[in-house]
Write a protein that binds this ligand. Structure first.
Ligand SMILES: Cc1cc2nc3c(=O)[nH]c(=O)nc-3n(C[C@H](O)[C@H](O)[C@H](O)COP(=O)(O)O)c2cc1C
Length: 172
């Protein structure tokens, strides 16, 4: 990277995700930045918008990470389908995966995903199961010092921390 800036995922399932991703990828290439895609669930489920996430040809050799929610990963483990994550990384030609951790956000949505395991256990299962680099992303509900300390002791590529910043899905 030519600058210490990471473009962080916000485009999972949005109507204009294809155009936005393409423009962000071009900017990342031009200025030498890294980029994380928004939630790649549409690619996992092979919906119509799966093509919106295929930007490797636009971003060139800059770091590109796919993105999945902790709830999807929990479900893939439960169904013995972790090979789907490897396929996702390969199909997007991504360098690694961002796991976004958003239990509070899910809990506040009537249609939100329910959790059976603690997020840290699923993250540890991901570390054991996958060969590619992993980041953990907190998306606007904050994390306590114990959670952060535990994450920082794991072999993760990075921790992306939104905290109580501009966006808080539970209060706004
Ligand atoms: C509309 C919207 C969509 C988002 N989609 C995703 C997503 O698909 N994947 C993800 O990891 N984070 C997603 N985020 C979280 C943001 O990347 C960011 O972590 C969060 O908004 C906290 O940062 P902020 O306070 O600067 O907004 C989304 C945020 C918003 C507002």
């Amino acid at each position: 990277m030519k600058a210490p800036w990471w473009i962080s995922s916000m485009t999972g399932g949005a109507d204009k995700a294809g155009m936005i991703n393409a423009n962000l990828a071009k900017a990342a290439k031009k200025y030498g930045l890294g980029m994380g895609l928004g939630s790649c669930r549409p690619v996992l489920e092979q919906t119509e918008s799966a093509g919106d996430f295929k930007i490797r040809s636009l971003i060139g050799d800059q770091p590109l990470f796919a993105n999945l929610g902790i709830a999807q990963l929990e479900e893939l483990f439960a169904n013995n389908q972790t090979n789907k994550v490897n396929e996702l990384i390969n199909s997007l030609e991504a360098d690694g995966l961002i796991i976004h951790v958003n239990p509070l956000q899910e809990w506040f949505q009537p249609e939100g995903d329910k959790f059976r395991f603690s997020s840290i256990d699923t993250i540890k299962r991901c570390i054991d199961a996958f060969q590619f680099p992993l980041m953990v992303k907190e998306v606007g509900q904050g994390m306590g010092p114990k959670s952060l300390k535990t994450l920082l002791e794991l072999p993760l590529e990075a921790v992306d921390y939104g905290a109580f910043g501009g966006t808080n899905f539970c209060t706004s």
